[in-house]
Design a protein around this ligand. Structure first.
Ligand SMILES: Cc1cc2nc3c(=O)[nH]c(=O)nc-3n(C[C@H](O)[C@H](O)[C@H](O)COP(=O)(O)OP(=O)(O)OC[C@H]3O[C@@H](n4cnc5c(N)ncnc54)[C@H](O)[C@@H]3O)c2cc1C
Ligand code: SF4
Length: 333
C-alpha cells in the first residue's frame, strides 16, 4: 500500500474542505472519507483505491434515525447497517429496507458498515478488484476485461460497451423502491438528490458512478412517509444462503384498494449497473388485480430490455422469477 495521511474530522466543514481539494470525487480521488472502512480499506489493500489522504468522518454527528414532523424518516449517513435494520420504525414501516440490510454481508460487517458507505460501495467485478487487469472503471480507457471474460455475476440492464459491472448493494435496491432522497453537503451548500438521479449509468465514463462532486459529503438519507396500508418485501437470490452478493434480487412496495393494485414500487438488484427501478413494470401493474399471471407479465416487462453477456443469460429468467415471487409474497397470493 502506498503511504497516505490520516486525519479525523469532527466538523462537517473540515471534512468537506479536505475532500474539496481532490480533483475528482470518484475513482482516483486523492482524498477519501472513511466511515466503516469495509469497502475503502479492502480496496486500498488491493491497490485499487490509492488515496493520498484519508479523512475519518466517524466523529461527525450523523448517527441518528429521526421521524420528521411530516412523517418522513431521516437517516444519518453514519448510522450502521445493523442499527438501521433493527430500528423499530424501519422494521414497522420500511420492512423492505430492514430485510435488504439483513440479507447483506455478515453480522460483523453490518456492525461496521454505514449508510453512506453502503450507498457508495464499489462493484464486485473481479477485474475491477485486480489491479493487474484492464478495467475502464478503475483505469479509464484501459478496456473492459469482463465483456469477453468472466461475467456470470455482472449486469444485464443499463450496460454499455465500456462497462457491464453491477451495483452490488442490497440496501440501494430497497432505497430505490422506497424512493429515497440523498442529502449531500458540499462546497456550495446542501442539495437533495432523488436516488434514481444519484446513480449514473456507465455509458462512456464508468469511473463516474454518482453525481457527487469533490468535497461532497452524504449527510442523510430521507425516506418518504410510509404509504398507508402498504407492505414491502426484499427477496435476494444468490449462490449460497449467506455472505454472498445477489445474482438477482427484488424490492417491492405494494398496496391495494378495493381488490386492485393502488400503489406499487419495484426495484431490482444483481442485474443492473445501478439499483434498477422499473417504472414500466409498475405501470403494468397499477390498477390490475393481484394475480400470479399479472405479476409474471410485469416481471417480463421489467426484463424486456435485458442484454445478457456470454455467461449470464440465466439472469433474465432468474430475475423475472425473483420479482414474481416477491410480488406474490407481499400480495399474499
Ligand atoms: C466480505 C464482504 C461481503 C459483503 N457482502 C455484501 C452483501 O452481500 N450485500 C451488500 O450490500 N454489501 C455487501 N458488502 C459490502 C458492504 O455492505 C460495504 O462494504 C459497506 O456497506 C460499506 O460501508 P462502509 O461504511 O464500511 O464504507 P467505507 O469503506 O467507509 O466507504 C465506502 C466509500 O464511501 C465513501 N463514503 C463513506 N461515507 C461517506 C459519506 N458520508 N459521504 C461521502 N462519501 C462517503 C468512502 O470514501 C468510500 O469511497 C460486503 C463487504 C464485504 C467486505
Ligand atoms: S465490467 Fe466494468 S468494472 Fe468490470 S472490468 Fe469491465 S469496466 Fe471494469
Amino acid at each position: 500500500m502506498e503511504p497516505f495521511t490520516y486525519s479525523r474530522a469532527s466538523q462537517t466543514r473540515d471534512a468537506i474542505a479536505a475532500a474539496a481539494s481532490a480533483s475528482t470525487a470518484q475513482q482516483g480521488a486523492e482524498v477519501r472519507f472513511v466511515a466503516g472502512g469495509t469497502t475503502l480499506i479492502d480496496l486500498m489493500k488491493l491497490n485499487v483505491e490509492r488515496p493520498q489522504q484519508v479523512v475519518d468522518i466517524n466523529h461527525l454527528p450523523l448517527s441518528e434515525v429521526e421521524t420528521l414532523a411530516d412523517g418522513r424518516l431521516k437517516i444519518g449517513s453514519l448510522v450502521r447497517n445493523s442499527d438501521l435494520a433493527h430500528h423499530p420504525v424501519v422494521q414497522r414501516d420500511y420492512a423492505v429496507l430492514s430485510e435488504a440490510l439483513l440479507a447483506g454481508a455478515s453480522a460483523q460487517l453490518r456492525n461496521m458498515a454505514s449508510t453512506g458507505g453502503n450507498l457508495l460501495q464499489r462493484t464486485r467485478c473481479n477485474y475491477f478488484r485486480d489491479a493487474d487487469m484492464p478495467c475502464n472503471k478503475r483505469e479509464p480507457g484501459s478496456g473492459c476485461s469482463a465483456i469477453k471474460g468472466a461475467n456470470r455475476n455482472l449486469a444485464i440492464l443499463g450496460t454499455s460497451d465500456h462497462c457491464i459491472a453491477t451495483n452490488p448493494s442490497d440496501m440501494n435496491v430497497a432505497l430505490a423502491a422506497l424512493e429515497a432522497v440523498i442529502v449531500v453537503q458540499g462546497t456550495q451548500g446542501e442539495r437533495q438528490v432523488p436516488i434514481d438521479a444519484f446513480f449514473l449509468l456507465p455509458g462512456t465514463t464508468p469511473e463516474r458512478e454518482t453525481l457527487l462532486q469533490p468535497g461532497d459529503l452524504i449527510t442523510h438519507v430521507l425516506l418518504p412517509a410510509p404509504v398507508k396500508g402498504a407492505r414491502s418485501h426484499y427477496l435476494k437470490l444468490r449462490d449460497r444462503a449467506s455472505y454472498e452478493f445477489a445474482l438477482a434480487s427484488a424490492a417491492v412496495v405494494f398496496a391495494t384498494d378495493a381488490g386492485k393494485i393502488s400503489h406499487v414500487r419495484i426495484a431490482l438488484g444483481g442485474v443492473g449497473t445501478k439499483p434498477w427501478r422499473s417504472p414500466e413494470a409498475e405501470k403494468a401493474l397499477h390498477g390490475q388485480a393481484s394475480t400470479p399471471e399479472n405479476f409474471a407479465a410485469a416481471a417480463a416487462v421489467a426484463l424486456r430490455d435485458a442484454q445478457p453477456q456470454s455467461e449470464n443469460a440465466f439472469k433474465v429468467d432468474l430475475a423475472q422469477r425473483c420479482l414474481t415471487h416477491a410480488l406474490a409474497t407481499v400480495a399474499n397470493v
